[in-house]
Write a protein that binds this ligand. Structure first.
Ligand code: ADP
Ligand code: ADP
Length: 228
């Protein structure tokens, strides 16, 4: 589903962020990318939606070399959730959630109905929360809206960069549980970046353990934990 073939990213200042990376994520699989700050996780993820272009190598999504896919269209097939979810402050939660379906041309009523479904899926009652504005929600609730928005147009691929990084530990546990329940229902192909090995092990079907610019281990949670 997502395949990296000998991918290297060198930034103009000479930093090699990712060095000859090859790995594959199966359809419906959730892979966590874990490692210390600066080891290349975000660079890896952003090469999937072409916010960053590789210096060499190829990235394939669904067997297709993404260098040949229009980047704007590609990004709309890929949901993206970051730590600081940028919600539009002057739009309601329902309209924020309906952003992407509306952008890709869905009729307004259909986009809003879909947005309500997704809010429900992430544990926010659409009747209560739909009409509110972002500043009337807690951080954890806003993070859920970010997930709902990313999924609203039903992209097959979901990219998540430290999605639970900005909330307190109790809320984080709760969001992780809800996310796992949701993922069991929708089965997206997910890449999730975290610096927290516990989170990586808890959420990942497989875990990519990063060293500097490379994946040092790519295996199931059990195998990663079993390593001396
Ligand atoms: P992580 O997500 O693991 O923290 P990043 O992918 O953000 O790592 O960064 C990997 C390396 O690339 C780091 O050394 C970082 O400083 C460097 N880097 C990231 N973005 C840029 C950039 N735009 N220009 C130059 N170096 C960058
Ligand atoms: P515009 O073309 O109006 O600037 P954007 O394409 O930048 O709109 O998207 C508007 C908002 O929707 C942004 O905050 C962006 O982060 C978010 N967004 C866009 N595409 C996606 C997507 N595929 N998944 C999740 N959020 C998205």
């Amino acid at each position: 589903m997502i395949r990296f073939e000998q991918v290297t990213k060198r930034y103009p200042d000479g930093t090699t962020a990712v060095d000859g990376l090859s790995f594959e994520v199966a359809e419906g699989e959730l892979v966590t990318l874990v490692g210390p700050s600066g080891c290349g996780k975000t660079t890896t993820m952003m090469m999937v939606n072409r916010l960053i272009e590789p210096t060499s190598g190829r990235v394939l999504v669904d067997g297709e070399d993404i260098a040949r896919v229009d980047p704007v269209r590609l990004r709309r097939r890929i949901g993206y959730v970051i730590q600081q979810v940028g919600l539009f402050p002057h739009r309601t939660i329902l309209d924020n959630t309906a952003t992407v379906p509306t952008l890709v041309g869905w009729k307004r009523a259909k986009a809003r109905a879909r947005a309500a479904e997704l809010l429900d899926l992430v544990g926010l009652d659409p009747k209560t929360f739909g009409p509110r504005y972002p500043d009337q929600l807690s951080g954890g609730q806003r993070q859920r809206v970010g997930v709902a928005r990313a999924l609203a147009a039903d992209p097959p691929v979901l990219l998540m960069d430290e999605p639970f990084g900005a909330v307190d530990p109790v809320t984080r546990d709760q969001l992780q549980d809800e996310f796992l329940r949701m993922q069991a229902a929708v089965r997206k192909t997910v890449l999730l970046v975290t610096h927290d090995i516990e989170e990586a092990v808890r959420l990942g079907d497989r875990i990519a353990v990063y060293g500097q610019g490379r994946i040092e281990q790519y295996d199931t949670p059990g195998a990663v934990l079993g390593t001396p």
